[in-house]
Design a protein around this ligand. Structure first.
Ligand SMILES: *Cc1c(COP(=O)(O)O)cnc(C)c1O
Length: 417
């Protein structure tokens, strides 16, 4: 994370003081470092080269088109989960031949859009979905390429809301039903079965669940291959965790090397779909302290950013490091750092000890580059924050702050008689 660093007592992003950006862009805002993004790109890209691989960045982690454009220009494809993400990816210049489409609820309109865009493949999550893809492809006089997302039933040992590879989850098809799903799909006129896919969860900090999943999937791959299928793409999803507090997630090369051996006799391409790992620590969230409030039993630092901007603490009880942008001498204060929203879950951190903080000061919430802005909303009719990208000594607004007019832009008061 060393592109967000203190020089003297002041937080910088690369060569730009965060305070300067706040003065120009207003608060709250998301701030991304291109140098960090590049470094994460390079580490993952290099590591993945021990296998014959294609990296499809998971658009939902951070879907700003400036971020996407950078990654696509470097040669990566995209893992998308909606028509809206496909639209973004295309606007950001993706090679649609490197797009994989995941998700349990693809609609007919979304499927049509993806087929017309000639994406690499659908990661199908049920047979009804495959029947619909077949129907749409037939109507368009073409064939659609698919893989099946298989649920290997391994415990990723992460927060239950971001675990996706257990029997009880809604995702994918069970191992038990896998072979019959492949055989059913093979009979469909407008379907080309070319892949096998899994994604077991997010923010994994251990190798063992990945290894377990890959072993189970490889065993299935062998059985499918023996049935005469040519599986050209083995998609292993995303999920590698990052450091928010003191987690020690495995290095991507440790991960790749640990699965390399399991896949040694597989001749096709291996797809990876990293999201959080690339974007998470490439960004921070910056807000301004509106009030410091002492209720008698507790201190609250109330900021102009809220859970509508960054929902991870409220949704997953996620930990984010929080620091004042300018370190001041003076009394330390123990407080909850909260937003202005009318919900008790509207907090960024609880019982944190910070250097002296007063009204008007800026605070930085670290590790906010993934599932930050992309999960933000207009709850409490709050315009969504600006997004800013730093490259060395320059910064660029990559999304303007929303205005009040934006809030009601699509709303209509009906004329009634
Ligand atoms: C969310 C998601 C990813 C990315 O997960 P990270 O933990 O951010 O790497 C990859 N693939 C699929 C199918 C997903 O749903």
């Amino acid at each position: 994370m060393n592109d967000f660093i203190f020089k003297e007592n002041e937080l910088y992003c690369e060569d730009v003081p965060v305070k300067e950006i706040a003065a120009s862009a207003g608060t709250p805002f998301y701030l991304y470092s291109l140098a960090t993004l590049k470094r994460h790109f390079n580490v993952f890209d290099e590591s993945s080269k021990v296998l014959n691989s294609l990296v499809c960045y998971s658009v939902k982690a951070n879907s700003n088109i400036a971020i996407l454009n950078f990654l696509f220009k470097m040669g990566w494809g995209a893992d998308i989960v909606s028509g809206g993400e496909l639209f973004r990816a295309i606007k950001a210049g993706v090679d649609t031949g490197k797009v994989v489409y995941s998700g349990v609820g693809k609609t007919e309109a979304e499927i049509e859009y993806a087929i017309k865009s000639d994406i690499l493949m659908f990661n199908a999550e049920s047979l009804p979905e495959v029947f619909l893809i077949d129907k749409v492809a037939g109507r368009l006089n073409t064939k659609a390429r698919i893989s099946f997302r298989i649920n290997p039933n391994v415990d990723p040992k992460t927060h239950p809301y971001i675990s996706t590879g257990l029997k009880k989850n809604k995702f994918g098809i069970s191992i038990k039903h896998a072979i019959s799903a492949y055989e059913t799909a093979r009979e469909l006129k407008n379907i080309d079965v070319i892949g096998l896919d899994c994604h077991i969860g997010s923010q994994l900090t251990e190798i063992s669940p990945f290894k377990d999943a890959v072993e189970i999937i490889k065993e299935l791959l062998d059985r499918i291959t023996a049935k005469g299928f040519d599986i050209k793409y083995l998609d292993l999803g995303g999920g590698l965790g990052i450091t928010y507090e003191n987690e020690m997630p495995p290095h991507p090369s440790t991960y790749m090397n640990s699965i390399k051996n399991i896949l040694k006799n597989y001749g096709g391409k291996v797809i990876f779909e990293p999201g959080r790992l690339i974007a998470g620590n490439s960004g921070i969230f910056v807000a301004k302290v509106t009030y410091v409030k002492d209720t008698g039993s507790k201190n609250f630092i109330i900021t102009d950013g809220g859970m509508n901007d960054l929902i991870r603490p409220a949704l997953y009880e996620a930990y984010h490091e929080i620091v004042p942008v300018i370190k001041k001498e003076g009394h330390k204060i123990k407080a909850d750092i909260v937003g202005p929203i009318c919900e008790s879950a509207d907090f960024f951190g609880k019982d944190r000890v910070l250097n002296s903080v007063s009204e008007g000061d800026l605070i930085a919430v670290f590790s906010a580059g993934a599932y930050g802005f992309s999960m933000s909303s207009n709850y409490n009719s709050r315009p969504r924050a600006a997004e800013v990208l730093v490259d060395k000594d320059k910064f660029y607004i990559i999304r303007n702050r929303e205005t009040y007019a934006d809030l009601i832009d699509k709303e209509i008061i009906p004329e009634r008689s």
